[in-house]
Write a protein that binds this ligand. Structure first.
Ligand SMILES: [Zn+2]
Length: 415
């Protein structure tokens, strides 16, 4: 025990009692975990297990993010919701249970989509860990981890298989380094708002977009009226662009309300490896190499044969997200200044406007594209401090801008 921090002033007597068995581990340092902050994205089958592990092991600050509410079918895998009411936000119910499990740490819950989450939470995290079930959510997260240079420990399960993969930005591959094979629901996300549908599935996606535009919320396929709206609008496009057969209600429900099969045993295997990699990374980046080197390969687990496979994923330096040619800028504006100043500022910095197109600013989002109004202010465009913007219309290609919002009256910009 000589090399551990068992008698560190940083720890209370209660913590010394609680973490007694961990102190006996070779190379262990409880203070590093206590002073760490982890952002956990997705509190479902994997997320519940991971959050439980990180809480019990004593990570000092955990932020939990999930947009969903508890459903009855969650209760045979997601132990943090036992005793909680169905329809309660998962992120908040999880916090209540985790505080009971370990009252010595700080845990905060956010019922939010990734797109609406204040970006400062990504910035403050030492490590980000995800238990997401969609590729588009992973792609949105990918943009943030590359921008803030944070390790992302991702995991996924499907039936009796699972994977673990940690992105170390600019060291190994990010989710955009190679084109991703996509399922039908991911194909929907790849279809942009503009342009004509290229596949049958895009017709349904466009019907969903139309619904969201009118109602400002996604359609609920369990509502007969909303389902009919989707069917009518999708089939109008199917007929117009010749993608028959027409959609039936059952197919629409299967596509939109899609759920992968899942079992707690496979979740627990994958979640445990993810959790332990987080512990290793926290130690490693804070100078303690005693727990081993964090894994950089893509690990696949086959529950049928109980075998693990490792694949190398080298970074692609031409990647549209983490590649060497991607342009990143920082920009400072006050809340009452219009976004046009960003375009003007980029011109002043030597970027050249493309004479063929008008410059536009969008929020990068793989679910839907939101175009901002250049003549309106930061406040009117509902932007957060550290909002990420994509600026199109310069000859060098798209430019990613991190927006800093400050209070005094001077306008400045720097890279
Ligand atoms: Zn990449």
């Amino acid at each position: 025990m000589s090399e551990s921090d068992f008698f560190s002033n940083n720890l209370t007597e209660e913590e010394r009692e609680l973490y007694d068995r961990q102190f006996r581990l070779q190379g262990w340092n409880q203070s590093i975990l206590k002073n760490s902050r982890v952002l956990m994205v997705g509190v479902g089958g994997l997320g519940c297990e991971i959050a439980k592990n990180l809480t019990m092991v004593g990570v000092g600050h955990i932020d939990l993010v999930d947009l969903d509410v508890i459903e009855h079918s969650n209760l045979n895998r997601q132990m943090l919701f036992i005793g909680a009411k169905v329809a309660r936000p998962k992120a908040l119910a999880a916090v209540d249970m985790l505080k009971k499990i370990n009252p010595n740490i700080t845990i905060k819950g956010y019922r939010s989509s990734l797109e609406q989450l204040p970006p400062v939470l990504y910035k403050k995290a030492d490590v980000i860990i995800s238990g997401l079930d969609s590729m588009q959510a992973r792609l949105n997260l990918n943009t943030q981890v590359i921008r803030f240079n944070k390790p992302l420990v991702d995991g996924g399960v499907n039936g009796y298989h699972g994977h673990i993969y940690t992105i170390f930005p600019k060291i190994n591959a990010c989710f955009e380094c190679y084109s991703v094979s996509s399922s039908e629901s991911d194909d929907m996300a790849a279809c942009t708002v503009v342009g004509i549908p290229r596949k049958r599935i895009h017709c349904l996606f466009k019907a969903m977009m139309k619904f969201e535009e009118i109602n400002s919320n996604p359609p609920n396929v369990k509502n007969i009226k909303e389902l009919k709206f989707l069917k009518d609008n999708a089939n109008e496009l199917v007929e117009k662009f010749g993608f028959e057969p027409l959609f039936e209600e059952k197919e629409i429900i299967q596509i939109i309300d899609h759920h992968d099969p899942g079992i707690i045993t496979i979740n627990a295997v994958i979640a445990s490896i993810q959790s332990h990699e987080v512990i290793k990374i926290l130690n490693y980046i804070k100078g303690n190499k005693g727990l081993g080197i964090p894994n950089k390969s893509y690990i696949i687990y086959n529950g049928m044969t109980a075998r693990f496979y490792h694949l190398d994923k080298p970074r692609n330096d031409k990647c549209p997200q983490c590649g060497d040619d991607v342009l990143w800028e920082d920009f400072y504006l006050r809340k009452d200044q219009p976004l046009q100043l960003i375009i003007d500022g980029l011109k002043m910095k030597g970027h050249n406007l493309d004479s063929e197109m008008e410059p536009i600013i969008t929020i990068p989002d793989f679910n839907s594209i939101r175009e901002l109004d250049l003549q309106r202010t930061v406040l009117e465009n509902r932007l957060f401090p550290l909002s990420l913007l994509t600026i199109s219309g310069f000859t060098e290609g798209d430019i990613y801008v991190t927006l800093h919002i400050f209070k005094d009256k001077t306008l400045k910009h720097s890279s």
